[in-house]
Design a protein around this ligand. Structure first.
Ligand SMILES: Nc1nc2c(ncn2[C@@H]2O[C@H](COP(=O)(O)OP(=O)(O)O)[C@@H](O)[C@H]2O)c(=O)[nH]1
Ligand SMILES: [Mg+2]
Length: 449
């Protein structure tokens, strides 16, 4: 991925295909010159004006509106020109080709946003929010992404950084006076500040977690023995007959994926082949795929059709990756004349329900929200796993700093932890972020953004 910004990039900013309007976007030092070659004299800055578009051979290509945003008052911070033509594939391609003939380079995915970042128009978390807003799958997710784009998340991270800097100044000043260091650090306000920071971490992590849940959702895998009612459960959760249900064991062989939302929380549900020792080659492959899916799941629903608690050494458990969160589903309560219930079973949640009648499904939905920590409260921000990981890592360093302070009064070690926490936090907003990570982030954007 190139990180230089000395050339002029061009891309069709509207989605491929046919539409009323198609937009060609140019950004860079020659954007204005190239724009003039295509459409004659550029209009006054930020004023939409009608022009005819031509290529180098003088062929008429299209006609439409032209907009000129001289840098630095533009999205990228560079000179930007937009040509709004008719949204047909051939028309847009010929406009793009004209721009390339005049010396522009086809933009890489996300390169406009990357330039906005490099020119300090956006920090990294805001740039990521641009992509999250475009890709948001629900109104809540879009609102959260917009808040992050407007800088709400970054402001909260910067607040934490500010607190860290303040604390570091104090601790490092203490180290300059070794005779008084112990007293300096024994001041109650030092510990108060550390505790205040720790609280801020807890709060922001909670909100970032909501953000990650809103955009990524929960990855849920339904597993269990054949005929326990796994596919029926998927159908009830999805609200329609997505999977084939029969009383023949081994009906489901391939994985079946459904995307559902529970009160705004996206959930990716995967139905799998029942786990059993014998079965034909197709079923064996199905079971292999089920295990692969379990390996990346956030939680498994382990379905049985009896009401007895699964023994700790039940073979079903041996098929699950260690440490995977599990909810046991005791299905078919209608056959036993039981009422739906949520119970604790050896520290695990077990839910008695009927995938046939739907009795108890609501209990399961509420349990899933709770288990994921989804509050569904408005006002959340969008965040990515990388942000949450960074917050947790920085949090850990501040926690260690507190131990160094309380147990050892070790100013130097404390300062070291605080410095590290600050470095990790700065990665969120991109203050000190490796080119590799930047490349990875921007290359996942769409072309023209
Ligand atoms: N009575 C009753 N039958 C159910 C229930 N859930 C599933 N079944 C039946 O059990 C059989 C197997 O169901 P299916 O969903 O295909 O199970 P899977 O093999 O685990 O996917 C079918 O005949 C279903 O109609 C339930 O809650 N109550
Ligand atoms: Mg099935």
């Amino acid at each position: 991925m190139t990180l230089h910004t000395d050339d002029t990039i061009a891309a069709i900013a509207t989605p491929p295909g046919i539409g009323g309007v198609g937009i060609l976007r140019l950004s860079g030092p020659d954007a204005a010159a190239i724009g003039e070659k295509i459409c004659g004299v550029l209009p006054a800055p930020r004023t939409a004006t009608f022009r005819k578009f031509k290529n180098a051979a003088g062929d008429a290509l299209d006609q439409g509106l032209v907009l000129h945003f001289p840098g630095p008052a533009s999205f990228t911070g560079e000179d930007v020109v937009e040509l709004h033509g008719h949204g047909g594939t051939v028309v847009m391609d010929s406009l793009l080709n004209a721009a390339l003939e005049y010396g522009a380079r086809q933009a890489d995915p996300g390169e406009f946003t990357q330039r906005a970042f490099l020119n300090d128009k956006l920090d990294l978390a805001q740039a990521e929010a641009v992509a999250d807003l475009i890709e948001s799958g629900s109104a809540e997710a879009a609102r959260a992404a917009l808040r992050s784009l407007q800088g709400e998340f970054s402001a909260r991270v910067n607040e934490l950084v500010g607190g860290l800097v303040h604390l570091r100044t104090w601790v490092e000043a203490a180290m300059d006076f070794p005779e008084e260091e112990i007293d300096f650090l024994a001041e109650p306000k030092v510990l108060d500040q550390v505790d205040g920071l720790l609280q801020q971490f807890v709060q922001l992590e909670q909100e970032a977690k909501q953000g990650v849940l809103l955009s990524d959702g929960m990855h849920l895998v339904i597993a269990g023995r054949p005929n326990a009612g796994k596919s029926s459960l998927l159908n009830k959760l999805a609200g329609y007959a997505a999977a084939i249900v029969t009383d023949i064991p081994g009906t489901t062989r391939d994985l079946l994926r459904e995307h559902i939302t529970i009160d705004g929380m996206p959930v990716h549900v995967v139905d799998t082949a029942g786990i059993r020792a014998h079965g034909d080659a197709i079923e064996k492959e199905g079971i292999r795929r089920a295990k692969a899916e379990l390996a990346i799941a956030d939680r498994a629903l382990l379905v049985t059709d009896g009401d007895e608690a699964l023994a700790k050494d039940d073979e079903l458990y041996s098929e699950l990756p260690v440490g995977l969160a599990v909810t046991v589903i005791h299905n078919k309560i209608d056959l036993r004349g039981q009422a739906p219930a949520v119970v604790d079973q050896n520290g695990q949640t077990a839910i008695h329900l009927s995938a046939l009648t739907g009795d108890g499904i609501e209990l399961l939905r509420q349990h899933l929200k709770e288990a994921a920590g989804f509050t569904g409260q408005g006002g959340s921000i969008s965040a990515r796993r990388r942000h949450l990981d960074a917050l947790r890592k920085a949090h850990g360093h501040v926690q260690t700093a507190k131990t160094q302070l309380q147990d050892n009064r070790a100013g130097e070690l404390m300062a070291e932890e605080l410095r590290e926490a600050q470095r990790v936090l700065n990665e969120i907003t991109g203050e000190f972020t490796s080119d590799d990570l930047l490349g990875e982030i921007f290359s996942s954007f769409c072309i023209g953004k």
